[in-house]
Design a protein around this ligand. Sequence first.
Ligand code: ARG
Length: 438
Amino acid sequence: KETKLWGGRFEEGVTDAVERFTESISYDWQLYKYDIMGSKAHASMLAAQGLITTGDRDIILEGLDQIEKQIQDGKFEWRKDREDVHMNIEAALIEKVGEPAKKLHTARSRNDQIVTDLRLWCRDAIDKILIRIKQFQVSLVLLASKYVDLIVPGYTHLQRAQPVLLPHLLLSYVEQHSFHRNRGTRFLRIVSILTSFLRILSISIDAVSDRDFVLEFLAANSIAAIHLSRIGEEWVLWASEEFGFLTPSDSVSTGSSIMPQKKNPDPMELVRGKSARVVGDLMTVLVLCKGLPQAYNRDLQEDKEPLFDSVKAILGMLEVCSEFAQNISFNSKRIQSSLPAGYLDATTLADYLVKKGVPFRTSHEIVGRCVALCVSKNCQLTELEMDDLKAVHPVFEADVYAYLGVENAVNKFISYGSTGSEQVKKQLEDWRVQLGIN
Ligand code: ARG
């Protein structure tokens, strides 16, 4: 067995079990690009400080370039007995260029390397996520643009509430994701400041052992994940026979191994499912950090897998949500035929009474009685005769019918941010501009 780079004081090597248990190369090799980047910066610093010659620096830089190329070409051998990405690269560099490489680790610890690598990795990961979020937003806006006039039932408590325009609902998802983009961009700024040395971390102990940036990233991913999960839940529900509001194309559905008729919305179920691991990844690192004394502790090695896992999951979820959005159609006929149920215009009727000077609490009560009458007559509010309405309350007049029915109800919404058609047209246009869709 090769002697460890830290092996000077040791009389025997670690057991196989310890080696297997402590290695991290099986996953932290993914950081190689950033590790090399950091080592290059470090070598340049050492030369600038006169700790190594510029000749040694150039040999190190050249050697690191070669190693990077070897890795990219799949020609680099990752060795478990060399523990982690840092030692693998350093040992290989020593093999390659000899003595100068032994000077590279002057004035740094692997603990400094790992935290630098991780920050750089996060920066690129966030970039990727931001791109995917935007793609999903674009898919949603394009989907919304296909159904500008389609009214759907709005729900609270999963009970019918008020009618809304489908694009308004879809834009609510777009809007949620704009918060994720903002969160991502803000976070990117923080990590970039830390990694591009615009601001030098001022306290060494915090610099080497802080993992708040990992936690913030995982928290942001978790919020995004639960939003995606909610969309997953809604679309799965809407694709059911009972709702029948949307149909996913075959390309985003899967079948059953036993029931030949089945066509399941599995991708969106898995979006819902994978949100569990994203939230779990955040929990893992929170709990990981909670009992650690300052400064670096080996426990921190356990932050990598949850971080990688979270990013992989969220990228997959966003990709599949975009594809789903591109491959579903809303069943306008079915949705329209379902609209008479549930007294979606009841609140509009209450607003009508308010306009007639009735206090809202009273009008709520009056409309409640109208609904009760409809229930007993098994009809809709629009179908109540003038006499029926007058019998409930004399304030009703013939103009009431301009407030009934879902179209009228939707058109009564005129305030900023509401689901009225004029507003929704503006919202759609705003988003098209923001996302650069022509
Ligand atoms: N593999 C370690 C980690 O991921 C790198 C730092 C190890 N440092 C040490 N002193 N053993 O955190």
